[in-house]
Write a protein that binds this ligand. Structure first.
Ligand code: SAM
Length: 298
């Protein structure tokens, strides 16, 4: 059983209490040797402090790009400014900017901004990056046509006051007829029901850039008091004595709560989809992709 610290500083959000694993078995002994901390040196990192590892898992997945391209083109065209909150390593920022759209990126994590900067330079793209949060960003000099907060970014807003403050701030940075676009997955019911899921989902993958082979696994735990799921992910490159373990904290918003919060913050819903194929949204949908316009009658 690994020894856990009692708290960790998430530099760009707030202090988050770590959930302990109690006395139960977290499945460590069943992992392949390469993924066991008794066999390899371990480096701990917040998931967004390790932008290179974020990209290993997610850069190749572009499921929502079609949705955001469509919304950008309808709402902003080539003249309007698009703000992407939590732009990360530019998974969506880069293809959107490459298509001639005027994108302004907001990203609080230095590790993610570093990767984003590298890609923008590589593709010679002119995108301003602001180091800020959803409820503090200043934004471009003129009001934005569209603010997008993609890929579960909204699950980083812990608690209703922060969710509401962020949505109201977004509305205030938009042009009078501007829109917000958000996508999120539904709550992780299995983790929430079981309380914790031990190490598992062991997988072998090929790094999309270096071609190196590495093994990965994860575990998750739910803290009902804060409605937060913590997901730990390990990466063990085949040619290294070190394994990297990242931690991700997400607030389990239901889609009903998010829809209500968006309307409560002064938006009118224009479109809702239940998945990246843009199928209609219903209660059992795996995801929610929404577009909402500033409510001018308020
Ligand atoms: C799941 S990643 C999405 C990154 C990127 N948009 C993508 O689609 O790959 C969420 C991003 O939101 C950022 N973030 C976390 N808390 C935030 C907050 N309160 N305001 C703005 N961004 C935040 C993280 O640093 C991270 O880069």
């Amino acid at each position: 059983m690994r020894g856990w610290p009692t708290a960790v500083r998430l530099r760009y959000t707030r202090w988050v209490e770590l959930m302990t694993w109690g006395d139960g078995d977290d499945g460590e002994a069943l992992l392949p040797e390469a993924l066991q901390t008794s066999r390899r040196r371990q480096r701990l990192a917040g998931i967004y402090d390790a932008g290179d590892w974020y990209d290993v898992d997610y850069a190749g997945y572009l499921g929502e790009l079609h949705f955001y391209r469509r919304v950008c083109d309808i709402v902003a065209g080539t003249e309007g400014t698009i703000v992407e909150i939590g732009a990360g390593t530019g998974r969506l920022t880069v293809p959107l900017a490459k298509g001639g759209r005027r994108v302004y990126a907001v990203e609080p994590a230095a590790g993610m901004r570093q990767q984003l900067n590298r890609k923008l330079a590589l593709h010679r793209l002119d995108v301003v990056i602001e180091d800020a949060l959803a409820h503090t960003f200043v934004g471009p000099s003129s009001p934005a046509s569209l603010v997008m907060f993609p890929f579960n970014g909204i699950l980083h807003l812990h608690g209703r006051p922060m969710l509401d403050a962020s949505l109201v701030h977004i509305r205030e940075r938009l042009a009078p007829d501007g829109c917000v676009a958000i996508d999120l997955t539904g709550p992780y019911w299995e983790t929430m029901r079981r309380g914790r899921i031990p190490w598992g989902r062991v997988d072998e993958r090929v790094h999309p850039v270096t071609g190196k082979i590495y093994q990965t696994c994860d575990r998750s735990a739910y803290d009902a008091a804060s409605r937060t799921v913590r997901i730990d992910i390990r990466y063990a490159p085949a040619d290294s004595e070190e394994l990297v373990q990242t931690a991700l904290f997400q607030h389990m918003w239901t889609t009903t709560e998010v829809l209500a919060a968006v309307e409560g913050a002064g938006f009118v819903l224009e479109d809702t989809f239940g998945d990246v194929d843009l199928s209609p949204f219903h209660e059992g949908s795996p995801r929610l992709l929404l577009v909402a316009r500033v409510n001018r009658s308020r």
